[in-house]
Ligand binder design. Structure first.
Ligand code: ADP
Ligand code: ZN
Ligand code: ZN
Length: 746
């Protein structure tokens, strides 16, 4: 038998599997990580197939050098998934295989942690044996400590008996004690003994939703879109479904959009399912991630909660994947190989006989359209748990505030409501969407804007916590510099700061309400690993009356004491040059409004806007998803936007501008020539052009692209295939990537 191995080296010359012989006495399964010789070195790789055919001349055939794990790291279903993703993304299999194992596992960057254990050998009477030790007090004490016949970590014994190792060795030689090594799992949370809580009585809507989905869940099939308003109790529905899946001896994956959300979700799940819950996200240490992954792979944990990449969790008997807040952009990966976690989830469920549940209060236009078309079964929960009303939303026209002489970023109405909330001891949340509205530094004399040297974007002004100093930061690469006192271009002293960020909101709030404590949550305050958790817990415990934040605070958070939500500027995202800006704005405002009044009190929401008559803002204020969907779907149809069309591009990156631009021009020529020769394909293409990418330079790489707009139609596949082939063109100066409907077009 021979092993076909994909080596973990990204280069088009080694993209296809190599064949190796399997040394005598080794049984090997597909998916196993191995070390193999390649030219004059050895590299890591993954066995993708075992077969009896060999295409290498026997003289040149070399054996596998080492088997790295005692089990296949990549399960057969995930191997098939990696192959499917590679063919869809037109990238080498080695790249998609990397998605399937923790990065720290490769190159053995993190070791498995083990500890020495000691226990009484079978059938030994500890008391008698201790008495028989005579002069050695140490051995006698150890035997008494081990009398409970349970395994004890040697390190723990060492706290009671100094240096127990030699004594234990002697006892082992005498056949009285058994020594062994045990895997230690580095857990990303402290206790595993949080009390399990019983499920509440489900509401009629929750029951109805479950009764629609349960038959499919039992049979391991079905794709559902759960549209439940904010506070309708969607989490309880997931918990009930996971319970049913576990009862069948299967496992479940719950995807959540962002780590900010995870602490609360994890808490709920761990209360219900205890140590069966594993967590996978990017904020774990390498050791924790590896160990959580191993707990899942070894079947110790069968409930997985995690961000996007947890869709690849190595569960063997998959019963359910839930995608919570399915409309979130974070489900589209921004790194290569690009994938859409929702589509990967669907493919996994279909392949592995599991149920898919997408869920949101504001489903993406695409998913809702697919539900209307019958691809998903739509399940609705239109009211809040126990009949609590949706919050009351007031729109404030900020143009009138300005003309009435109010220059504050808070309208008079919001100021009044803030005061009322603080006076009555309730909490408030203030939301500012900073994207596209950053505090940048520009010269009033000549218009010069301070930009990052590595990236073609303006630098953003930040106050350094606890200091007077200010610094400029690049939001793409993190570069930091001091803000200039005079304009570097014209020497003018009139170099000023524009815009307003969360720091500004905090400052103004504290000016108005000096006695109020505020917590700010944005990229500045959440650098540290557990910052989200700490800040959110502090707010939950009432240590502050106001939570100020960006997108981070819009998602699924449930704070019973929040009765007022202020949206500082609803239209900030409305004017971005992206066909999805209305969808994004509707989602943000509706989700943010949904944070108010989730417990006994009715919630109040103040939405400040410069376009109170905009249909998107009106629908969001009414929290009317269907009205928004209907108008937006119509707009997409007439404007020829996705899902009626698709956007595809070839992105060219290079350390120099010239080769990137030349390459994009050449790619354009090739595509044009192809379309000339294929008139049927040409009719599918609405737009084709080569251009500098909107952000022309990121992290020192220049970026050019060829952009296509195509009718969404199966016939368009040949064009996509061509793009895939073109991105395989290897050139020493440029890297080329294919992207279809990317999350952002920066
Ligand atoms: P959603 O995700 O739909 O916005 P959540 O799942 O956060 O809503 O639930 C909102 C609140 O209602 C939570 O505090 C939750 O504990 C509570 N809740 C959910 N279901 C029930 C129920 N059947 N009985 C009582 N309280 C419930
Ligand atoms: Zn200037
Ligand atoms: Zn930068």
């Amino acid at each position: 038998m021979f092993a076909h191995v994909v080596v973990d080296v990204v280069h088009t010359n080694v993209a296809k599997p190599f064949t190796y012989s399997i040394p005598e006495g080794i049984s090997l399964l597909a998916g196993t990580r191995v070390r193999v010789p390649l030219a004059r070195r050895t590299v890591e790789g993954i066995v993708v197939a075992i077969g009896d055919r060999c295409d290498v001349h026997p003289d040149r055939l070399r054996p596998i050098a080492a088997v790295l794990d005692p089990y296949p790291a990549v399960l057969p279903n995930l191997l098939a998934l990696a192959e499917e993703l590679a063919s869809e993304a037109h990238c080498p299999l080695s790249e998609t295989l990397r998605l399937m194992i923790p990065a720290a596992m490769r190159q053995s960057r993190i070791q498995i942690k083990q500890e020495a254990m000691a226990e009484l050998a079978a059938g030994v009477d500890a008391q008698a044996a201790a008495d028989a030790q005579g002069r050695s007090l140490k051995r006698a004490t150890l035997l008494r400590l081990l009398a409970d016949a349970k395994p004890h970590p040697v390190a723990e014994l060492g706290a009671l008996v100094t240096s127990p190792q030699d004594a234990l060795k002697k006892l082992e030689q005498a056949g009285l004690v058994r020594l062994s090594m045990r895997d230690v799992f580095r857990l990303p949370y402290e206790d595993l003994s949080s009390p399990s809580t019983a499920a509440p009585t489900l509401t009629p809507e929750q029951k109805a939703a479950l009764s629609i989905m349960s038959p499919a869940l039992m049979q391991g099939r079905g794709s559902f879109l759960l549209h439940g308003v904010t506070g309708s109790g969607k989490t309880e529905v997931y918990l009930a479904m996971v319970q049913a899946v576990l009862a069948q001896g299967k496992a479940a994956i719950i995807l959540v959009p962002e780590i900010a959300l995870t602490p609360q979700m994890v808490g709920w799940f761990r209360q219900r399912f205890g140590p069966h819950t594993a967590v996978l996200h990017s904020r774990l240490t390498d050791g924790q991630r590896l160990d959580e992954w191993r707990r899942i792979r070894l079947g110790h944990a069968s409930v997985v909660i995690g961000a996007r990449s947890a869709v690849f969790a190595p569960v063997e008997r998959l019963g359910l994947i839930v995608v919570d807040e399915e409309h979130e952009q974070t489900y589209l990966s921004d790194k290569h190989p690009r994938y859409d976690a929702r589509r990967v989830a669907q493919s996994r469920c279909a392949r592995e006989g599991a149920t898919l549940l997408l869920s949101s209060a504001t489903p993406s236009i695409l998913s809702f359209a697919m539900a209307n078309r019958g691809d998903y079964t739509l399940v609705e929960m239109p009211t809040r748990v126990n009949g609590r009303p949706l919050p009351h939303v007031t729109l404030v026209d900020m143009r009138l505030e300005l003309s009435a002489g109010n220059r504050s970023i808070f309208s008079l109405l919001l100021q009044q409501k803030l005061k009322a909330s603080f006076d009555s001891g309730q909490q408030v949340m203030l939301f500012l969407n900073r994207r596209g509205y950053n505090t940048f530094v520009s010269c009033r004399n000549c218009g010069y804007v301070v930009k990052c040297e590595q990236c073609d974007v303006s630098m953003t002004l930040h106050k350094v916590e606890g200091e007077e100093a200010e610094q400029l930061r690049c939001h793409f690469c993190g570069a930091v510099q001091k803000p200039p006192d005079v304009c570097p271009q014209c020497g003018s002293r009139h170099i000023r700061y524009f815009g307003s960020g969360t720091q500004k909101v905090e400052e103004e709030l504290l000016k108005l309400f000096p006695n109020v404590k505020a917590i700010r949550m944005d990229i500045d305050t959440t650098h540290q690993r557990d910052a989200h958790y700490r800040l959110l817990s502090a707010f939950r415990e009432g240590k502050a009356q106001a939570l100020i934040g960006t997108q981070m605070i819009t998602k699924g958070l449930d704070f019973p004491n929040v009765t007022l939500v202020g949206v500082i500027a609803a239209d900030l995202t409305l004017n971005l040059p992206d066909y999805r800006s209305q969808e994004r704005t509707f989602q943000l405002v509706t989700q943010m409004a949904g944070r108010a009044g989730r417990a006994a009190e009715t919630g109040e929401v103040v939405v400040q806007t410069y376009q109170p008559e905009h249909p998107c803002i009106l629908a969001a204020a009414a929290q009317d998803y269907r009205a928004f969907f209907t108008q937006e779907f119509q707009r997409r149809r007439t404007g020829l936007y996705p899902p009626f069309t698709m956007i595809a591009r070839l992105l060219v990156e290079s350390p120099q501008a010239e080769p990137a631009q030349a390459m994009s021009a050449r790619l354009l020529d090739t595509i044009e020539a192809y379309l000339q020769a294929h008139p049927a394909q040409k009719r599918r293409v609405l737009m084709l052009r080569a251009d500098a990418a909107p952000v022309v330079k990121i992290r020192g790489k220049y970026r050019y692209h060829v952009l296509l707009k195509l009718f969404e139609h199966p016939d368009a596949q040949p064009v996509l295939k061509l793009l895939g082939e073109l991105s395989q063109v290897s050139d020493a100066h440029c890297q080329i990537y294919t992207e279809v409907n990317p999350a952002t077009l920066i």
